[in-house]
Design a protein around this ligand. Structure first.
Ligand SMILES: *Cc1c(COP(=O)(O)O)cnc(C)c1O
Length: 370
């Protein structure tokens, strides 16, 4: 089993060496863990690993038992945070087959993230092969029903050196975590806190790449949201502190009374694959979709006048979360009476049906894992 690619240093074959776990979880224990996995605390038996150093390029591709990394205390990632990640899911179809949703888009984004963080760029076919091989090794861990197997590819700077420079060594790995349906009985609308003290990203910064550092920088604002009784924080632009950007880990959409949608433009926000898919689905259904700046003042005014019908957040983990309440230091307002709206729920169903293979896939988003 292998794939060929043009490595940075020439054309090579990259084969994953499959080393099954010696002591995998028993079927009984696995069933117990899959009964109520929650999010991100239950893990499968295996992981995928590919290493990089300047002499060998990408090498040592393996599927092996999930285990600790031995890390020297001077490992670069622990000091200067050269780290990037991705998030995607494997879905079990009714016929027992397994779907991945747009893994090529994750692979491409991962390369862009690596480029911005001055890290080695993993060839896209290797990213996809690592994900597929791990899903094959751990396919018994994919929950049925509305659950899925959350896949977390990531890369860390592994050189042992305290000098400030791009690391010469990297570890790319993929781990997998079964997750239940994010919302039992449909998505509950979320309340969001408008952060006026903290920003997430500035022009020229790292807002558009998936690096762990962005999340570290968002946690204080998220904690403030929780203190204010909200579920999530929404960030404004760093320059004028007016334009809506996104939540800590989800993009946002607005739905208007003329049936059109708008979403903040790319630039300092993370280019979500869910965001991109929703734009495509909405356009295909005849809706007008604008990628344009939208201010918090306008949001408040449009909610009051009734011009704004719905707002929702979107991302791989939760798919679509309707936004019911918006709170800020300068006052609160609610959207659609605090309830989930038909456009958000309709788009959510369309997307989820494609992901689980219950609906046709006109955009060619599904990759079947044989
Ligand atoms: C991952 C992420 C998203 C959502 O991206 P998807 O590809 O749709 O999962 C949105 N915002 C941030 C900051 C993210 O890290």
């Amino acid at each position: 089993m292998g794939i060929s690619f043009d490595a940075v240093d020439g054309s090579v074959w990259l084969n994953f060496d499959i080393q099954p776990a010696a002591n995998p979880t028993s079927a009984t224990d696995r069933t117990a863990k899959l009964a109520n996995p929650g999010f991100g605390r239950v893990f499968t038996d295996h992981m995928a690993i590919v290493r990089y150093d300047q002499a060998k390029g990408w090498h040592g591709a393996r599927i092996e038992a999930r285990a600790n990394f031995p890390l020297d205390p001077a490992t670069a990632v622990l000091h200067y945070a050269q780290e990037i990640f991705e998030g995607l899911k494997a879905y079990k179809r009714d016929d027992g087959g397994v779907n991945l949703f747009r893994p090529d888009a994750n692979a491409r984004r991962f390369r862009n993230s690596a480029d911005r963080m001055a890290m080695a760029q993993l060839p896209e076919p290797v990213f996809i092969e690592a994900v597929e091989q791990l899903v094959r090794a751990d396919r018994d861990w994919i929950p049925g029903g509305e659950g899925s197997l959350y896949l977390r590819p990531f890369m860390i700077a592994n050189e042992v050196f305290l000098g400030v420079k791009p690391s010469a060594e990297y570890i790319f790995a993929v781990i997998a975590s079964p997750v239940g349906s994010y919302f039992k009985g449909g998505p509950a609308p979320v309340s969001i806190w408008v952060s006026e003290n903290y920003t997430r990203a500035a022009i020229g910064g790292t807002g558009s790449v998936k690096c762990g550092g962005n999340y570290a920088a968002s946690l204080r604002a998220q904690a403030e949201a929780i203190e204010r009784g909200c579920d999530q924080v929404v960030f404004l632009d760093a320059l004028e502190r007016r334009y809506i950007e996104e939540l800590g880990g989800m993009n946002v959409f607005f739905v208007f009374d003329d049936g059109s949608l708008s979403t903040p433009p790319l630039g300092t926000i993370l280019p979500g694959i869910t965001r991109d898919s929703i734009i495509a689905l909405a356009k295909a259904s005849g809706a007008q979709v604008r990628e344009e700046p939208y201010t918090i003042e306008q949001w408040r005014a449009d909610a009051a006048s009734g011009r704004l019908k719905e707002a929702f957040a979107c991302g791989t983990a939760a798919v679509i979360s309707p936004i019911g309440q918006v709170r800020s230091a300068s006052g609160d307002f609610s959207i659609n009476g605090g309830a989930a709206g038909p456009v958000a729920m309709g788009l959510r169903k369309q997307l989820v049906d494609i992901q689980y293979g219950r609906a046709p896939d006109p955009h060619n988003w599904i990759r079947n894992v044989a």
